[in-house]
Design a protein around this ligand. Structure first.
Ligand code: NAP
Ligand code: GLV
Length: 310
C-alpha cells in the first residue's frame, strides 16, 4: 500500500525536499501541495500553514510537522489529539539565526545606525568604542534558538544572560527563570533579544512596562513574532530615549502597512522575516528521523506541548 508524505510550503524549497526524499526515502510517495494524490494514503504532512479541514481531508494522518520553529500559525485544536505536531528543530535554522542575531547585536553595539545617519549627512563624528565584554545582552527564550544565539554571542565576547519559563543552565550565561526573575534579568539587558514563542503568555510582552525595566538607552532585537511587540509602545520608548534603537525582523501584520511609522523611523532597522530559515537538508534528516522513531515506537523529537502552546 502507498504511504504518502505531503509538503505544503514554499515550492522552491519543496523541490529540494523532493530530491532529498527521492534519495533518502524512496519508499515514501513524496507529494508537493496541491498534488496530494490519494488523500487516504497521506500519513505524514509538513506545512507552514495547515490546510482547512485537516481531519476530514487526510483521515489517516499519523504525524504533522511544522516547517518552522514557531507553531503559532496553527490552531492546535484543529489537529487531532492522536496526531503529534513537531516543531522544526534542525541545525540550519539555528545557524542562520545565530548569524542574523550576531549581525544585529554587532550593528547596535558598534553604532551602525548612527554611522548610516552620519554618512547620509556627510558627517564625521567618532563615537566611543567599548569592547563586547562590557556590553550586557539579554535573551528572552533559551530554547533551541535562544541557547544557540547565547553560545554565538558569548564566543563574540558579549556578557550574555537569558530568561526562560523553566530554569536552564548554560556555561557562561547568567540564567533567569519565570516572572519572579524577569525584572532582575531586564535590569541587566542593554541589548534585549526576543526569541520567545508566541503564546497567550508572551503576546504583547515587549510593551511600555517592559521597556521601563531596561537600562535607559537599551536597544531591542525582535526575532520572535510580530505580536510579541506593542509597536506604539516601542515608538514612544524610542521617542523618549528609554529605548535607543531597534532591529526588527517580525511584524504584525506582515508586511506592515505602507504608512506604518516603523518603516521610516530613523532608529529602526527592518528586515522581512528572514532572520533564520529552515534548511532542506537538515529538515529532511530530522523529519525522516522522526518518521523512523514513530515506526519503531521510540520517543519523537520536538513534539509541541498543546497545553504550553509551543
Ligand atoms: P523553543 O525551543 O521552544 O524555545 C522557546 C524558549 O522560550 C524556551 O526557553 C522556553 O522556556 C521559553 N519560553 C516560552 N514561554 C515562556 C514564558 N511564558 N516565559 C518565559 N520563557 C518562555 O523555540 P525555538 O525553536 O528556540 O524558537 C523560538 C521562536 O523563535 C519561535 O517560536 C518563533 O516564534 C521564533 N522564530 C523566528 C524566526 C525568524 O526568522 N524571525 C525563525 C525561527 C523561529 P523553557 O525552556 O522553560 O521551555
Ligand atoms: C520562522 O519564523 C520559523 O518559525 O521557523
Amino acid at each position: 500500500m502507498t504511504t504518502s508524505f505531503v509538503y505544503k510550503a514554499d515550492p522552491e524549497r519543496g523541490r529540494e525536499w523532493q530530491r532529498l526524499f527521492a534519495e533518502k526515502a524512496p519508499h515514501l510517495d513524496f507529494r508537493l501541495w496541491p498534488d496530494v494524490g490519494d488523500p487516504g494514503a497521506v500519513r505524514y504532512l509538513a506545512m507552514w500553514e495547515p490546510p482547512d479541514n485537516l481531519t476530514e481531508r487526510f483521515p489517516n494522518l499519523e504525524l504533522a510537522f511544522s516547517i518552522g520553529a514557531g507553531v503559532d500559525q496553527f490552531d492546535l485544536n484543529a489537529i487531532p489529539d492522536h496526531v503529534p505536531l513537531m516543531r522544526m528543530q534542525e541545525p540550519g535554522i539555528a545557524t542562520t539565526m545565530q548569524e542574523y542575531v550576531a549581525m544585529a547585536v554587532l550593528s547596535l553595539h558598534r553604532n551602525l545606525i548612527d554611522y548610516i545617519d552620519q554618512q547620509r549627512k556627510a558627517a564625521w563624528q567618532a563615537l566611543r568604542v567599548r569592547p563586547a565584554s562590557q556590553c550586557r545582552v539579554g535573551i528572552l527564550g533559551l530554547g533551541q534558538l535562544g541557547s544557540a544565539v547565547a553560545n554565538r554571542l558569548t564566543t563574540l565576547g558579549f556578557a550574555c544572560r537569558g530568561w526562560s519559563r523553566t530554569r536552564r543552565h548554560f556555561e557562561g550565561v547568567a540564567c533567569f527563570a519565570g516572572n519572579d526573575e524577569l525584572t532582575e534579568f531586564l535590569a541587566g539587558s542593554e541589548i534585549l533579544i526576543c526569541l520567545l514563542p508566541l503564546t497567550d503568555h508572551t503576546r504583547g510582552i515587549l510593551d511600555a512596562e517592559l521597556f521601563a525595566r531596561l537600562p535607559r538607552g537599551a536597544s531591542l532585537v525582535n526575532v520572535g513574532r510580530g505580536p510579541h511587540l506593542v509597536a506604539a509602545d516601542l515608538l514612544a520608548a524610542l521617542d523618549s530615549g528609554q529605548v535607543s534603537a531597534a532591529v526588527l525582523d517580525v511584524f504584525d501584520p506582515e508586511p506592515p502597512p505602507a504608512d506604518h511609522p516603523l518603516w521610516h523611523h530613523p532608529r529602526v532597522l527592518m528586515t522581512p522575516h528572514v532572520a533564520s530559515m529552515t534548511q532542506p537538508a537538515g529538515a529532511v534528516e530530522t523529519v525522516l528521523d522522526n518518521i523512523a522513531r514513530h515506526g519503531e515506537g521510540r520517543e519523537l523529537i520536538g513534539v509541541v506541548d498543546r497545553q504550553r502552546g509551543y
